[in-house]
Ligand binder design. Structure first.
Ligand SMILES: NC(=O)c1ccc[n+]([C@@H]2O[C@H](COP(=O)([O-])OP(=O)(O)OC[C@H]3O[C@@H](n4cnc5c(N)ncnc54)[C@H](O)[C@@H]3O)[C@@H](O)[C@H]2O)c1
Length: 314
């Protein structure tokens, strides 16, 4: 499966680092627009499952009219390291998107390694939820090549992407990212660097507060969500959104925010920590504030922007 001339992503090759919720969703968006993808993860099981999961997301997004008609899917290669894939014959990437676990040290190492591997001028894009881009840039030999995105879940269905320009981000990097997002038919909103940028700085403490309300016994998760939907116009409610994001990722992001802002509202509340400790991570594990029956269920029902999307299981 290769992209043909005339498809939006023709001639591009994206390296996606991390094949979890976001890495596989971003890979599906790219493949669905004809972009070739090299998908990297340390977890062999994730890699083995990724092609089927990505294929299902592409099919579902196409059925929902979220991908261009008549575009041949981009080729998908998977591996445990980009260096291995390139040695095996994969063309060098025209851009890299990092979507590994929200751990500042892990991200800094992955970004520094990839920076030493790809050609100068290749945009290196971190899809962090909350870590300041300037903090990550300190690990890179070429900080001008680094920029942030905050794709929301599921990337195929949410058209707006928050773009974070660090202090050292070069204009060429910003222009190249905008061109990539244009080829993926996404709208970019560029913001300045800060812990959590705009969306996570606002959304994550609000979700944390919603969990505190449930923990206090004031209302059930369902009642909180119904009130936020019915009275305040939130399309799904904060706790369904939490389940979609992944409670482990939510906790990691809240710690990042807490550590960098000192805002006690960002300290993950006990109930969140207990759920993660018990392995109840939300949709990706099949259970969080709600039961889903199976892992990764219904990813196309609701987006992490809170909008409701029609569709079958992803
Ligand atoms: N889940 C969301 O809704 C959401 C939305 C926007 C941004 N994000 C951000 O996207 C990033 C990924 O989040 P996620 O929800 O996909 O997490 P996830 O836990 O589903 O996936 C993370 C993946 O990274 C892999 N990984 C960890 N270290 C690695 C390394 N050194 N090299 C290669 N792979 C490695 C893990 O094996 C795992 O498969 C995080 O920074 C998160 O904050 C998440």
């Amino acid at each position: 499966m290769t992209a043909e001339n005339g498809t939006p992503g023709a001639g591009r090759r994206l390296a996606v680092l991390g094949a979890g919720v976001m890495g596989s969703g971003i890979a599906a968006l790219a493949v669905g627009h004809g972009v070739a993808v090299s998908l990297i993860d340390l977890d062999r099981r994730r890699l083995d499952e990724a092609p089927a999961r990505i294929g299902q997301q592409v099919r579902m997004a196409r059925l929902m009219g979220a991908l261009p008609d008549g575009t041949d899917p981009g080729a998908l290669a998977t591996g445990r390291s980009l260096a291995d894939l390139m040695t095996a014959g994969d063309a060098p990437p025209t851009a890299v998107i990092e979507a590994v676990t929200e751990d500042p040290d892990a991200k800094a190492k992955v970004l520094a390694d990839v920076c030493s591997l790809v050609a100068p001028g290749t945009p290196i894009i971190s899809n962090t939820s909350a870590i300041p881009i300037d903090e990550l840039a300190a690990a890179l030999a070429r900080p001008a090549d680094l920029i942030g995105t905050h794709f929301m879940n599921p990337p195929c269905l949410i058209r707006t992407v928050e773009v974070i320009r660090g202090t050292h981000t070069g204009q060429a990097t910003l222009d190249a990212l905008r061109a990539l997002l244009g080829a993926l038919r996404r709208e970019s909103i560029v913001v300045n660097d800060a812990p959590g940028f705009v969306t996570s700085r606002l959304l994550h403490p609000m979700i944390n507060d919603a969990v505190r309300v449930v923990a206090a016994g004031t209302a059930s998760a369902e009642s909180v969500d119904l009130l936020m939907q019915g009275c305040l116009g939130h399309p799904t409610g904060p706790l369904r959104t939490a389940d979609l994001i992944g409670l482990d990722n939510l906790v990691d992001s809240l710690w990042v925010l807490h550590g960098r802002t000192g805002d006690e509202g960002c300290r993950p509340c006990d109930l969140l920590l207990e759920l993660v400790e018990a392995g109840h991570l939300g949709r990706k594990s099949g259970r969080g504030f709600y039961e889903y029956g199976h892992a990764y269920g219904h990813a196309y029902e609701y987006g992490s922007d809170g909008h409701e999307y029609e569709g079958e299981h992803a």
